[in-house]
Design a protein around this ligand. Sequence first.
Ligand SMILES: [Zn+2]
Ligand SMILES: [Zn+2]
Length: 234
Amino acid sequence: MAWDGFIKGELTCRNCGKVLGNQNRGNPAESYLATYTGICYECQRIGKTLIYTYPLDGCKLWSYPPHAPAWRRNRETYRAYDDCPECKGNGYKRVSRSLSQGGDYNKSCPTCFDRFWGNPRRIAASNFREERLKGLREKHNQNFIEEALATIKGLEVVKPVGRNGRELKRIPKGWKPQAYIPFPKGDPREVSISALVDKHFSLYEVERSKLDQEWEELFPDVVSDYRIPEHPLK
Ligand SMILES: [Zn+2]
Ligand SMILES: [Zn+2]
């Protein structure tokens, strides 16, 4: 049977728990893959809802119904400061556009955006994390390349492979074995280097999660977006 575009199984709204409509009942769009948003039409239409307040400066994250509520769309979220003169604490600005171009739409309030990302404490936290991450990536890249080169050296002389996968009879000028898997898939050299990639990636991940912990101890007042508690209307 050809796939009909509906997500299989019984789905429920993650906000109210109601069983979502499908090809046999209710609003089919609720379970249709291209229009599935995880919530039902009623919850899609709920008005302005507070999702989160940032402890650092009281900025608020708001959830709104889609700007064209008749369409099946995800809800929209905007950050806003209650006292913002530009958006009056709503977090967005309405942008006019002709119907032929898709009609009016909302965009984030630039004043709130600048205030949020211009906060010196937030800048310090973000710079700290970026710099440390950069160092981590460089270190693991270097370790990986050294180990990969050592691995290749221990193996037979590497022959260059043509586009058809066959070894070339003559070595092209300037060719040298690269650390980045120049071998056909399944070749023992490719297998050992792929294993090295996995190893260094997991080492990197371990250190990255330690860095995240340290980051949270140093900047407990700055909450990164991925630490915001889940909210069913987000
Ligand atoms: Zn619902
Ligand atoms: Zn604003």
